[in-house]
Design a protein around this ligand. Structure first.
Ligand code: NAD
Ligand code: UDX
Length: 478
């Protein structure tokens, strides 16, 4: 019988995932632990560290009953029957594989700590996204650092939630994947124990079991396929602009093909988020390490097209505004990587803003959920680039002074020459564009990087509008 679960890592995955397990398994005590004191105190407060629709309600129902957040990592690992490891696995920034390989430092230190403190058998669940065959390494660390009395079973249980919809995704997942070693009795029992937890709310036919390596690789493949679809439709958007086709119409036609399905076909300024680029680079590195250069190059193209889409957008803004944005105020609406999240990791807004700042634009940024501090940190951080041919420089100190952040969309757009919509927040569809137009410099431009605005309405007001992948005459003729 599983009585206690410990989740190591209280981030975007660990927090919501462990909370939903607590909600659905009231007889199990769930402790979520983290090395970050500020994160844990935020989880214990009224202002949670991440914004996710529906999350507050779940936390309120379970916190203080069978869900707790703590920095006493060792105590809760010691007591747990099952340990979910939800720590971050970012791209390495230095050393061998820098810019591509996954940095497993956090995972390794969690594994060493588990080995140090455990005195009873444990099931260790890889919830983080990791390179294929990581379980083998983790097992070595656990076995070689423990006293020989404790038995470990390692399972791979990658998480498929999307930010902005994570509670819905966790409550009603299209699949739960459990990879384990079913060749021995201990492995079989561990798989059944984890399966039984999910079976409290997930129909059994949605719980897939595979071997460990298939589960680890499936997660990377899943994200690579999703990102590849976005790069495919974004590549089409460039061709649409060159030929007069309309990418929304092309997407609509593709979506009716039951062999293709309708999701991940929205052309955009580029995909962002902490997962897609990182996981593809991870895949690329694994391919290269296995001598599969052609396969590695195939996946690299997905990221190259994404970088191209962001720089193409910046170029369109600059060329449309008479080849210079120097000294012009440009309002940026939306900074998070997608709507309904405050997460800005790898948001396309960073590269677009840096590109515009490099051309000396003055940016006024508005996002309903992202703080000014976060925006300023993101714009002044120098990121290691995966491919030296696509350098985007961080904003210099002087550039950053050209950035203002507003808490009101009308303030942000006042006296602007142009507006760039970089996140598809619902509120951007319903704001008063006539009022905005009246307060802007003329000609007033709108660059819709998410294809969410009513172009005809904007054109009637008097805006010059550019939408991704839309017929050229739509904006030239205005
Ligand atoms: P995150 O950075 O938000 O959270 C990770 C947390 O782990 C941090 O709070 C950090 O302090 C903590 N941590 C690191 N090392 C620790 C240690 N040794 N002991 C205790 N705590 C430690 O990351 P995230 O977005 O939640 O992602 C976690 C993993 O899940 C990654 O592998 C990611 O690829 C994967 N994933 C993320 C998403 C997503 O949408 N964010 C979706 C699916 C999978
Ligand atoms: C992704 C995967 O979807 C999820 O399964 C995995 O667990 C984590 O990574 P996430 O990054 O949270 O989830 O969001 P997602 O909705 O997939 O969007 C990623 C990026 O692609 C966003 O920037 C989004 O705006 C963009 N996108 C998505 C498009 O540009 N077009 C689309 O059609 C869909």
């Amino acid at each position: 019988m599983v009585k206690k679960i410990c989740g190591i890592g209280a981030g975007y995955v660990g927090g919501p995932t462990m909370a939903v397990i607590a909600l659905k398994c009231p007889s199990i005590e769930v402790a979520v632990v983290d090395i970050s004191h500020s994160r844990i105190s935020a989880w214990n407060s009224d202002k949670l560290p991440i914004y996710e629709p529906g999350l507050e309600e779940v936390i309120q129902q379970c916190r203080g009953k069978n869900l707790l957040f703590s920095t006493d990592i060792e105590k809760h690992v010691y007591e747990a029957d099952i340990i979910f490891v939800n720590v971050n696995t970012p791209t390495k920034t230095s050393g061998l594989g820098a810019g591509k390989a996954a940095d497993l430092t956090y995972w390794e230190s969690a594994a060493r700590m588990i080995a140090d403190v455990s005195r009873s058998n444990k099931i260790v669940v890889e919830k983080s996204t990791v390179p294929v065959r990581t379980a083998e390494v983790i097992e070595k660390i656990l076995v070689h650092n423990s006293n020989g009395m404790v038995k470990y079973q390692i399972l791979s249980n990658p998480e498929f939630l999307s930010e902005g919809t994570s509670i819905q995704d966790l409550l009603n997942p299209d699949r739960v994947l459990i990879g384990g070693n079913d060749k021995n009795l201990g492995g079989q029992e561990a798989i059944q124990k984890l399966k039984a937890i999910y079976a409290n709310w997930v129909p059994e036919d949605r719980i897939i079991t595979t071997n460990l390596w298939s589960a680890e690789l499936s997660k990377l493949a899943d994200n690579a396929f999703l990102a590849q679809r976005i790069s495919s439709i974004n590549a089409m958007s460039a061709l649409c602009e060159a030929t007069g086709a309309d990418v929304s119409q092309v997407s609509c036609v593709l979506s009716k093909n039951t062999k293709l399905g309708s999701k991940y076909l929205n052309a955009s300024v580029g995909f962002g988020g902490s997962c897609f680029q990182k996981d593809i680079l991870n895949l690329v590195y694994i391919c290269e390490s296995n001598g599969l250069v052609e396969v590695a190059n195939y996946w690299k193209e997905v990221i190259k097209v994404n970088d191209y889409q962001k720089s193409r957008f910046v170029k369109k803004v600059v060329t449309s505004m008479f080849n210079t944005v120097s000294g012009k105020k440009i309002a940026v609406l939306g900074f998070s990587f997608k709507k309904d999240t405050s997460d800005t990791r790898k948001t396309p807004a960073i590269d677009v803003c840096k590109g515009l700042l490099a051309d000396n634009a003055c940016l006024s940024i508005y996002d309903p959920r992202v703080s000014e501090d976060q925006i300023r940190t993101d714009l002044s951080t120098n990121e290691i680039r995966w491919d030296c041919s696509t350098q985007v420089k961080p904003a210099s100190f002087t550039n950053v002074k050209q950035v203002s952040v507003f808490g009101d969309v009308y303030e942000a757009t006042k006296d602007a020459h142009g507006i760039c919509v970089l996140t598809e927040w619902d509120e951007f569809k319903t704001i008063d564009y006539q009022k905005i137009f009246d307060s802007m410099e003329k000609p007033a431009f709108v660059f819709d990087g998410r294809n969410v605005l009513d172009v005809d309405k904007l054109k009637k007001i008097g805006f010059i509008v550019y939408s991704i992948g839309k017929p050229i005459d739509q904006w030239v003729d205005c």
